[in-house]
Design a protein around this ligand. Structure first.
Ligand code: FMN
Length: 205
């Protein structure tokens, strides 16, 4: 069985970014369930130039993200709610993935995508979660039913040891990771099956 590859994208440049830490928490949980993972956090996202549709040149950092997403079986995208929407930093990374539009697998086609949102208020959380799900739908991905949301003012998200302190958030992290892995594993299983059928048929003369 092929080990699913799950890529995390998100966070802010702020040290201790909650959206980044929660995105990593989902990745860690998918690792526990058998995945290998790669994270593109705030610092890596900040190294990406502003996406320019007319420019075909790509930096090494841009290529690293595009290559990882092309190889991914699932994604986790984490954003803060900035002015009740997706941050520019995270949206810039997503815009770059326009490069996958003409791939064999277009954009995020059939991929499970977990969404992580943290904000200081519930309304921004709701708007941003919905906005990210619309982006994922536009890119043909399958947003997991479970979103991970954290209100950084009303909830204690992490304890002093750096673990998730809130039971509801911890449950959402575990549940989202499970949904990503179920979907990713089923996709890789069907891809393997299709490949096997193709090989068997090509030998049947
Ligand atoms: C530029 C900016 C705009 C923000 N806008 C909102 C907002 O509209 N609503 C809200 O609830 N919180 C808002 N916040 C608060 C952040 O969403 C919140 O602090 C979030 O947890 C930051 O994510 P991080 O911990 O990953 O850095 C804003 C913060 C910044 C810096």
């Amino acid at each position: 069985m092929v080990q699913p590859f799950i890529v995390g994208i998100g966070g802010t440049t702020r040290s201790g970014s909650s959206s980044e830490r929660l995105t990593i928490a989902v990745l860690k949980e998918t690792e526990r369930l058998g995945a290998r993972t790669l994270m593109f956090g705030g610092a890596k996202l900040a190294a990406l130039p502003h996406f320019a549709p007319e420019s075909p040149e790509r930096t090494a950092e841009q290529l690293e993200l595009i290559t990882a997403v092309r190889a991914a079986d699932g994604l986790v995208i984490g954003t803060p709610g900035y002015h009740a929407g997706i941050s520019g930093l995270v949206k810039n990374a997503i815009d770059l993935l326009e490069d996958t539009r003409q791939d064999k697998r277009v954009y995020f086609d059939h991929m499970p995508v977990g969404v992580v949102v943290s904000a200081a208020g519930w309304q921004a959380i709701g708007h941003t979660l919905g906005a990210m799900r619309a982006v994922i739908a536009a890119m043909r991905g399958w947003a997991t039913p479970i979103g991970v949301t954290a209100n950084t003012v009303a909830q204690t998200v992490f304890n002093r040891e750096g673990e998730i302190a809130d039971a509801d958030i911890a449950r959402a992290v575990a549940g989202q990771a499970l949904q990503i892995m179920r979907h990713a594993t089923s996709n890789t299983h069907h891809a393997e099956q299709a490949n096997r059928n193709h090989l068997e048929n090509s030998h049947a003369v």
